[in-house]
Design a protein around this ligand. Structure first.
Ligand code: IMP
Ligand code: MG
Length: 180
């Protein structure tokens, strides 16, 4: 697994520092509000798991599974909901937790979909922001790291379902996903 990594982009120490800061800001911004933290499976799991423990107010959490058609290293923009929320959201503020925003198509669709359900608000926290290939306007309300235009894995991010359990964010060697 490690030998497929070109270089470490964000160490596990930096990840923890960043998550703690995000948790503090979210705690301040949502104090006194009813908050539903909504993880997008599967990539957000390590990030969300660390983040919720840095949020020092009562929260609810839930997950959605969305899937875009197409190749695993490219996003197609066609989004399907494979697992939906378990509750009505009219009385909560929703905070979507994503691993990375690339084209923005997944979150654009998801935010629009959630807004039709009339929650009190919908905001986005993303660990990584890769703005170079944005195809639609979607701005995260909270972000961890702005990263270069590289394919990254680890801390939840995958290539063909592999590498999610690396404790850091690494740049995947091109030879792993090219010429296949
Ligand atoms: P978007 O719809 O293009 O913003 O795509 C978001 C999704 O694409 C993420 O949730 C990831 O699953 C995947 N993705 C985009 N860039 C990367 C990357 O560098 N590594 C791993 N997955 C990525
Ligand atoms: Mg993904």
């Amino acid at each position: 697994m490690e030998r497929d990594i070109e270089s470490v982009l964000v160490t596990k120490e930096k990840l923890q520092e960043c998550v703690a800061e995000l948790g503090t800001r979210i705690t301040q911004d949502y104090t006194g509000k009813k908050l539903l933290v909504l993880g997008i499976l599967k990539g957000s799991v390590p990030f969300m798991s660390d983040l919720i423990r840095k949020i020092k107010i009562p929260i609810f959490y839930d997950f959605m599974v969305v899937s875009s058609y197409g190749f695993s290293a490219e996003s197609s923009g066609v989004v399907r909901i494979l697992k939906d929320l378990e509750r009505n959201v009219e009385d909560v503020h929703i905070l979507i937790v994503e691993d990375i925003i690339d084209t923005g198509l997944t979150l654009k669709y998801l935010k629009g979909n959630l807004l039709t359900r009339n929650p009190l608000s919908v905001k986005i926290v993303t660990l990584l922001d890769k703005p170079y290939r944005r195809k639609t306007e979607v701005t995260p309300d909270y972000k961890g790291f702005l990263i270069p235009d590289e394919f990254v894995v680890g801390y939840g991010l995958d290539y063909n379902e592999h590498y999610r359990n690396l404790p850091y964010i690494g740049i995947l060697k091109r030879e792993v996903y090219e010429n296949r």
